[in-house]
Ligand binder design. Structure first.
Ligand code: ADP
Length: 280
């Protein structure tokens, strides 16, 4: 046994371990991919029939609309309209569920992520305020923007807008009328924090650890007909981690909640490498 032989054998064993482990990782990656593809395919296939249901319910509502709004409709027509409204409501909810499932599988890596780009936090917030305006005014909720301007984070502008929009939509959905939702951006150390604070129903301590899980909805939320899917926060969590950040919550039951998205204020290394002024 010369030292070289011992060395080679050691390497051989080592390589064996590495090969076995690599096979395990490959197998679990393969299974994860099969699962994601399955969910993505089913979701995609469901889009068309759900769209058809929505259109049919709409057509039914149009066709049974009374010419004279004051006139009394026959009882069976009133019932038919109520059912059509229900079909419309449920199919809209199903449509959102499918869309969010697709979004989640995309974020979990079924598709390549877009390369990171500098994203203006002001743009993200303005986009979210715009997107949630109708929902907020329907509930007479004031959405107020505070904090620092001109901040930059790095990643995908559309994903970041989706994440903040999900937080603001929740803040609106789980608050009473005539309340305020505050969006605050600020730089903290090497991070940018975007906080969404509401004066809503709050979250019980027993639920707070679970709300980022897929499909988890707290009791109080389930009893409110928000049309929620239980996927919004899982999406936020994935977007945060895809951006090298995280999302946190502090909440008091009955006293409102604050969700904070914490994102790195420095570009990731792969973006730095592509910038001419690398090293900033
Ligand atoms: P959804 O809102 O569709 O139910 P989410 O994943 O967005 O699903 O949220 C999960 C759960 O977390 C909600 O069902 C609700 O119980 C709770 N939650 C989220 N945001 C808030 C909030 N701002 N105030 C109170 N509860 C909230």
């Amino acid at each position: 046994d010369n030292p070289l032989g011992v060395h080679l054998r050691a390497m051989g064993i080592g390589a064996g371990y590495i090969a076995v482990e690599a096979a395990d990782v490959t197998e679990s990656h393969r299974l994860a991919r099969v699962r994601r593809d399955f969910v993505a395919n089913v979701s995609h296939e469901l889009k068309t029939p759900i769209g058809a249901l929505q259109l049919l319910a709409e057509a039914l509502l149009d066709a049974t609309e009374p010419a004279d709004a004051q006139a009394d409709l026959p009882e069976d027509l009133v019932a038919a309209r109520r059912f059509a409204e229900r079909i419309q409501h449920e199919s809209t909810r199903l449509g959102r569920l499918v869309q969010e499932l697709l979004e989640l599988t995309r974020l979990q890596g079924a598709e390549p992520q877009p390369p990171p780009e500098p994203v203006s936090v002001d743009w993200v917030i303005a986009e979210v305020v715009d997107r949630t305006r109708t929902g907020a005014s329907a509930r007479r909720i004031d959405v107020v923007v505070e904090g620092e301007r001109g901040l930059t984070v790095y990643g995908s502008d559309t994903q970041l807008a989706t994440a903040v929009a999900n937080l603001v939509e929740n803040a609106i959905n789980y608050s009473g009328e005539d309340t305020t939702v505050r969006i605050t951006a600020r730089a903290v150390d090497e991070h940018v924090e975007i906080a969404v604070a509401d004066q809503g129903i709050g979250i019980a301590p027993t639920d707070v650890d679970r709300i980022f899980e897929r499909f988890y909805r707290a009791d109080q939320a389930r009893s409110r007909s928000t049309g929620g899917t239980g996927l919004g926060l899982a999406i936020v969590k994935h977007i945060a981690s895809n951006h090298g950040g995280r999302v946190e919550v502090s909440s008091t039951l009955g006293g409102g909640s604050t969700f904070t998205l914490r994102l790195p204020a420095r570009p990731p290394d792969d973006l730095l490498a592509t910038l001419p002024s690398a090293g900033i």
